[in-house]
Design a binder for this molecule. Structure first.
Ligand code: SAM
Length: 301
């Protein structure tokens, strides 16, 4: 989160800097928690796709500062490096790789997680169908890892985009959790298709022993659970009218709070009010270009 005119346009962005959050996404998790009390009784948490780390900051403040749980464990995983956060173990790793699960289990001393969250978003290619497919695969990978580590009764929250086949995902999730809700925090722009699936009360499938294996696709992984395949309706072992499920939609966050789609005007000289970033990016994509420019290797043709 940089120093830009966004301070003026987006009050959540500005407020995040004022309150010391690394990204405005912090408010999404805070508002989801307000609605669903996700952090209640939670000791071991996995934050998937966590960089730059605002969700991990929220988790760290909640478990260590508010709840004063000295023995709580938070593991945060991202492809990108993350600047350390108090009490949080950061792993620079791919959530789709089985070794990542092994590392998390080692940190938890073999104990299961109480709560897994994922705010994952892949780099967009601009090819709509491909982007939608990769996003869907990322959610399935997060869910896959979750089924291998979450305790019965535990909760899972993940970012989704309400695309064409989202009702199929709701249906699959309802086989694994007592309650599946589609939640839209007020800090998530109303104009975006972004929402969060909140899955409460994990109920492992009887007789299914989920194990991660590099040779298996996510579809093959879930085949054993008999909850249907994401890419092929014919494989769904469900009566036709139950193939798709409409999850309950819940808007969360204070309705009187600022509107994430509105543009606000700051009444004093904006330049003076622009705030420094809370955390400089650790590995921004433009870093290499800057280094090349400094060396004089970047030439205009
Ligand atoms: N929740 C974060 C926060 O509050 O700061 C923001 C997460 S950001 C929107 C999405 C992240 O997903 C990116 O940092 C990206 O590197 C990560 N990501 C995408 N694919 C991943 C993968 N396969 N494994 C791990 N991280 C991944």
């Amino acid at each position: 989160m940089g120093k830009s005119s966004k301070d003026k346009r987006d009050l959540y962005y500005r407020r995040a800097k004022e309150e010391g959050w690394r990204a405005r996404s912090a408010f999404k998790l805070l508002q989801l928690n307000e609605q669903f009390q996700l952090f209640k009784g939670v000791k071991r948490v996995v934050d998937l796709c966590a960089a730059p780390g605002s969700w991990s900051q929220v988790l760290s403040r909640e478990l260590f500062e508010n709840q004063k749980q000295e023995d709580a464990k938070i593991v945060s995983v991202d492809l990108q490096p993350m600047t350390p956060i108090d009490g949080v173990t950061t792993l620079q790793a791919d959530i789709t790789h089985p070794k990542t699960l092994q590392k998390i289990l080692e940190i938890f001393g073999g104990e299961p997680a109480d709560f897994v969250c994922s705010d994952g978003a892949p780099d967009v290619t601009g090819l709509h169908d491909l982007d939608e497919y990769i996003q869907a695969q990322l959610i399935l990978s997060a869910l896959q890892l979750t089924t291998c580590i979450l305790k019965p009764g535990g909760a899972f929250v993940a970012k989704i985009f309400r695309g064409r086949d989202i009702d199929l995902l709701y249906s699959q999730l309802s086989y694994l959790f007592e309650r599946v809700i589609c939640a839209k925090p007020r800090s998530s722009r109303g104009t975006s298709l972004e929402a969060f699936i909140v899955c409460l009360g994990y109920k492992p499938r009887e007789g299914w022993n989920p194990t991660l294996d590099l040779t298996k696709s996510t579809e093959e992984f879930f085949e054993g659970a008999n909850i249907g395949r994401s890419d092929n309706l014919e494989h769904l072992d469900l009566p036709e009218d139950e193939e798709r499920l409409i999850a309950k939609f819940v808007a969360c966050g204070d309705l009187n709070d600022v509107d994430s789609d509105a543009t606000y005007t700051l009444d004093t000289n904006f330049k003076k009010l622009a705030l420094d970033p809370v955390q400089m990016p650790t590995a921004p994509p433009y870093k290499k270009a800057l280094e090349m420019k400094r060396r004089g290797d970047l030439v205009r043709r």
